[in-house]
Design a protein around this ligand. Structure first.
Ligand code: PGA
Length: 218
């Protein structure tokens, strides 16, 4: 395959520091020539930043959200500069943020603005080809809500058709699919023309399964 694959594992609200260390001890870091990003909770970003630097791994690091504000009196928020010290990427607009925290276009645009000002690269999630995508995002992820965590992935053909539309409308060159991706079905997605990679959630939690998924995709 001659396209450069983009694989972003999203841990969501999973794993303590102790569990993160165990994951890292078991992960092979055999990434081929794919760009692989691990999007972990804020609480373990610092650990991963240090361990990846020490092991000279090519695994890249991402956060799963970013404050819509800069630094200041915003209790409980993690801002873009704080993330940028530790990670290169951030996920914005995941359907779980939209659904559970009421996030909509305005606040998502503010999060994008803060990330861009700071030089963070953005994986922006949409649920269909009608959603708006802010200018400047680096990777767009199509993740149909009904396919997330259900074991029922979209068909590669439909995901390809949706990503074709999104990429055409936005001009973004890297489009990935998320929703019940596993080491068993990943190849059928990444061999599609418009699908440049995947956003596995559950399948990134186990180091062996995540490695198997990366190897299968390559
Ligand atoms: P899942 O999550 O792989 O656990 O279905 C995917 C996603 O959140 O996009």
């Amino acid at each position: 395959m001659n396209k450069k694959l983009f694989i972003a594992g999203n841990w969501k609200s999973n794993k303590t520091l102790v569990e993160s260390k165990a994951w890292m001890d078991q992960f092979h870091s055999d990434l081929g020539d794919a760009t692989v990003v691990l999007c972990v909770p804020f609480t373990v970003l610092s650990y991963f930043h240090d361990v990846l630097a020490a092991s000279q791994s090519h695994l890249q690091l991402g956060a799963q959200n970013v404050s819509p504000f800069s630094n200041g009196a915003y209790t409980g928020e993690i801002n873009a500069s704080q993330i940028k010290e530790l990670a290169q990427w951030v996920i914005i607009g995941h359907s779980e943020r939209r659904k559970n925290f009421g996030e909509a276009d305005l606040v998502l645009q503010q999060r994008v603005d803060r990330a861009l000002e700071t030089g963070l690269q953005i994986i922006y999630c949409v649920q269909d080809d009608h959603s708006s995508v802010p200018k400047g995002v680096h990777v767009v992820a199509y993740e149909p809500v009904w396919a997330i965590g259900t074991g029922k992935a979209d068909s590669p053909e439909n995901a390809n058709a949706v990503l074709t539309q999104i990429k055409k409308a936005t001009g973004i060159s890297t489009g990935i699919y998320g929703g019940s991706i596993t080491h068993e079905n990943v190849k059928s997605f990444v061999t599609m023309d418009a699908i440049d990679g995947v956003l596995p959630g559950g399948a990134s939690l186990d180091p062996g399964k995540f490695q198997a998924l990366i190897s299968a995709a390559l």
